[in-house]
Ligand binder design. Structure first.
Ligand code: ATP
Length: 349
């Protein structure tokens, strides 16, 4: 049985559909990332699961039990908020113990569990510190310990790494995943950051305007985006538009090229995604799945350079040039480009 089963979940605010008929299952021990642009409904979904909002329609079941009538404090889950406000007048120990105390857990057991939670987040020596004497990353870990101390089967995290700088963010992300594996809890993490979602999650759910547009393992979602939105959102693929050419492909006037994907285009599909790293420069390339263009700009990115190439028909292509292939071609260079048929991903929406 899934740990969490959401079916037909809808929530409107006035005329705005924050969530629209959403179905989602979360498995025991799974790390799920909720990814989407601002206003796509990510926080609304977490708040519905936590019980801070009531749905207009649909069901939320945890281990088979209907959660909708259950008040937030009685739901068998925990939520860590974006702002993770700690009580300033309580020590680290006091902050982490707070929820247990409120639940009437006896002192001796409380102490054992707080020590265990602080150990998990690497803050064993910090029990008596006051919050204002902690770094941002340490405060974030106290908030995490506070959420874990109740040993929830399901932990909801709203942008848990949002307040950290890039370096700390990456490290804390890995720690978060290790912690999730160790506790066996399921995590649902909201993030704006597609790289973070791809790096940490077992599955990624992409929301657009309150709808779930794609759900799958990171690699599958990255390599096989289902819609234009997902293709643009995850790693900025090229989205190539055209008209069906009657031979299973598309005529793409912007590239003056014929796109011939390895798999058949679904009826009505008029676009393909093509990742910048799947496009190769090959002098003399011609025929289907090739294009000619002029380098307009070059941006160094560390292990590759991103070339902006203006194709003969006017479209702008993003092309990755790997470091090991030597210096990138300078602006003004004419390139013959080609790609494998299998690199073209037909887009349905
Ligand atoms: N309490 C509310 N009252 C009115 N509208 C709301 C309320 N909460 C959310 N909304 C609207 O519902 C939609 C979804 O909002 P939500 O906060 O779930 O998005 P989000 O994906 O979490 O966005 P962000 O990444 O910016 O936090 C938005 O259009 C938002 O303006």
């Amino acid at each position: 049985m899934s740990l969490l089963e959401i079916a037909g979940l809808s929530k409107h605010f006035g005329g705005t559909a924050a969530l629209e008929a959403l179905d989602l299952r979360v498995e025991p021990g799974e790390f799920l990332a909720l990814l989407g642009g601002s206003g796509s409904g990510k926080s609304t979904l977490l708040r519905l699961v936590a019980g801070f909002e009531q749905p207009d329609a649909g069901s939320i079941r945890m281990e088979g039990r209907d959660l909708v009538p259950v008040p937030p404090h009685a739901r068998p889950l925990n939520m860590m908020f974006q702002s993770y406000a700690l009580f300033p007048h309580l020590s680290v120990q006091g902050n982490v113990a707070y929820g247990l105390k409120r639940d009437g857990v006896p002192r001796a057991e409380r102490d054992v569990r707080v020590a265990e939670a602080l150990e998990m987040v690497g803050l064993s020596g910090f029990a008596s510190r006051m919050p204002h004497r902690l770094s941002g990353g340490q405060r974030q870990r106290v908030a995490l310990a506070r959420a874990l101390v109740k040993r929830p089967r399901l932990l909801l995290l709203d942008e848990p790494l949002g307040a950290l700088d890039a370096n700390l963010r990456e490290r804390t992300g890995f720690e978060l995943r290790a912690l999730q594996r160790r506790t066996g809890a399921s995590f649902i993490m909201v993030t704006h950051d597609q790289n973070e979602a791809l790096a940490l999650a077992d599955r990624v759910a992409v929301l657009e305007a309150g709808r779930l547009v794609q759900l799958g393992p990171p690699r599958a979602v990255y390599e096989r985006p289902a819609t234009r939105f997902v293709a643009n959102f995850l790693g900025a693929a090229n989205v190539l538009e055209g008209q069906p050419d009657g031979a299973g492909g598309l005529d793409c006037p912007g590239l003056r090229a014929s796109l011939r994907p390895a798999e058949p285009m679904p009826p009505g599909a008029t676009g393909c995604a093509l990742r910048p790293e799947r496009i190769l420069a090959q002098p003399g390339a011609n025929g289907p799945n090739t294009a000619r263009g002029v380098v307009e700009d070059v941006a160094f990115r560390g292990d590759d350079s991103l070339l902006l190439v203006r194709a003969a028909g006017g479209a702008l292509l993003r092309v990755s040039h790997a470091e090991e292939d030597g210096p990138p071609p300078p602006p003004g260079t004419t390139l013959d480009l080609r790609w494998e048929a299998a690199a073209l991903v037909p887009l349905v929406g």
